[in-house]
Design a binder for this molecule. Structure first.
Ligand SMILES: C[S@@+](CC[C@H](N)C(=O)[O-])C[C@H]1O[C@@H](n2cnc3c(N)ncnc32)[C@H](O)[C@@H]1O
Length: 270
């Protein structure tokens, strides 16, 4: 198990996860397909933000969410109170490397932004393969942090992002795991059915100031989510959050700005 986590389990980080899931759903959720009879597992469900959204957009029999951090599951129980009461959702504290479920149990397993934090993603993939029914589907969405592009280049954000990714790697994660998903699934014995990128982009097509603010706020809060640990490790200056905020303001106000990020998604079949 990794002993440190680049984000945190604070109240503000929990709120960021909800906002992030809501913002990215447009880019990531159309990829997921469930049938009304499907039993579904989410590993690393965090505060249940993805389950909440998918409950409104997708039909399924039951979703089980598991996360190894008790604080996340506690919050998820509040967010998903109704779904739990209706018997549509179950939550448990547990690790993706040791799933408390029988072999061939689930029709679908999905993951958002978890393998990037784990030192040995193959261990989780092997467990997923064990609990999926033959022919069952595994949907995974992960980050590719090297795939961020900012135009005109911003020296401070480049420096900060570089430190962020160095720290995530140093504590056992992989901020570029997205592009490896196809290979990792093949190595775990899955058949890779789809492997694609999804690219949120801000450029001149995004005209509304409100929309541009919401877009940039998503990435600014992601950058800031590593701020406490980076400070603690002496890897960035204490006024980094102010500098980040000024840099994003500059991007917002420049109509020539381009900001893009690349997410990667795999659908693998057992
Ligand atoms: C960035 S959050 C994503 C949460 C959620 N998937 C979402 O998209 O909102 C990563 C979550 O994975 C959990 N996690 C990381 N490694 C895990 C593991 N090996 N087993 C279970 N949960 C894990 C963390 O506790 C954290 O809640």
């Amino acid at each position: 198990m990794n002993t440190e986590y680049i984000h945190s389990f604070t109240e503000s980080e929990q709120q960021r996860l909800v906002a992030q899931a809501e913002f990215l759903a447009h880019y990531t959720h159309p990829f997921l397909e469930f049938s009304p009879s499907d039993s579904v597992l989410e590993i690393g469900c965090g505060v249940g933000a993805q389950i909440k959204l998918l409950s409104n957009s997708h039909s399924y029999k039951k979703i089980v969410g598991i996360d190894f951090e008790p604080k996340q599951i506690e919050k998820a129980k509040q967010i998903l109170l109704n779904e739990i009461k209706l018997g549509k959702v179950e939550l448990a504290v547990g690790s993706g490397t040791n799933l408390p479920y029988a072999d061939d149990y689930f029709d679908v397993v999905y993951i958002f932004f978890v393998l990037e934090h784990f030192y040995n993603p193959s261990l989780i993939l092997q467990e997923i393969k064990r609990v999926l029914k033959p022919g069952g589907k595994f949907f995974c969405t992960e980050v590719y942090n090297s795939g961020i592009s900012i135009f005109p280049a911003n020296e401070y954000l480049t420096h900060y992002w570089d430190q962020f990714n160095k720290l995530q790697t140093r504590i056992g994660g992989n901020p570029d795991i997205g592009i490896q998903l196809g290979n990792l699934c093949i190595d775990a014995g899955f058949i890779v059915d789809k492997f694609q990128s999804s690219i949120p982009i801000l450029d001149k097509r995004m005209k509304s100031l409100g929309e541009r603010k919401r877009f940039l706020n998503m990435w600014e809060t992601l950058f800031v989510s590593g701020y406490s640990l980076l400070c603690e490790k002496g890897m960035i200056e204490e006024d980094a959050d102010t500098k980040i905020s000024l840099a994003f303001e500059k991007i917002l106000l420049n109509e020539e700005s381009i900001f893009l990020y690349s997410l990667w998604q795999v659908l693998a079949i057992k």
